[in-house]
Ligand binder design. Sequence first.
Ligand code: VGL
Ligand code: ZN
Length: 201
Amino acid sequence: MSETDHALLVIDVQNDFCPGGALAVPDGNRIVTGINALIAQSPCVILTQDWHPADHSSFASEHPGAAAYDMLDMAYGPQVLWPDHCIIGSKGAAFHPDLNTDAADLIIRKGFRRAIDSYSAFFENDQTTPTGLEGYLKTRGITRLTLVGLASDFCVAFSAQDAARLGFDVTVNMDLCRAIDLNGSLAAATDRMRAAGVTLS
Ligand code: VGL
Ligand code: ZN
């Protein structure tokens, strides 16, 4: 994987998505060693970091009477309400301590606007507000992406679908992802990724 047209996109390998964190993904920590091995072979490594203000509108705590994992209709569409997680500057928002962050060419943060969540590394949840990642990749001549990280059924899946829609050749390495799996969300995400033309390996 030394070709200059390829990038490794490492999604949200942060303390809050690992066991002991605020929105822990089962076994989320167990992919870190394998991701570091892939990072070591990748000429372009990009990390994403979920990065929310303490009063983010995706937090159930901002909606009196609501509970975590309830659905709410936002101006931009349906939104899962989450436990407070990945608060800007917090330990929970930091990368897993064993992740080789030194190798990253770019760290892209998302979800930093109070009123809108951003699962995808490319677009916020209105599916139109860009993060800027598309321009970064295209101006570097990158056409092929491999995605790994957390969580398979939310941020990885939405990033992969958007990347495919933007014309990138996209592979998700499912062995180096872990899922939240909320009400069948993993099976649904897998179907959506396949339908979008994403290769699951
Ligand atoms: C994520 C839920 C809320 C993710 C981020 O990284 O998959 N999921 N924020
Ligand atoms: Zn989040």
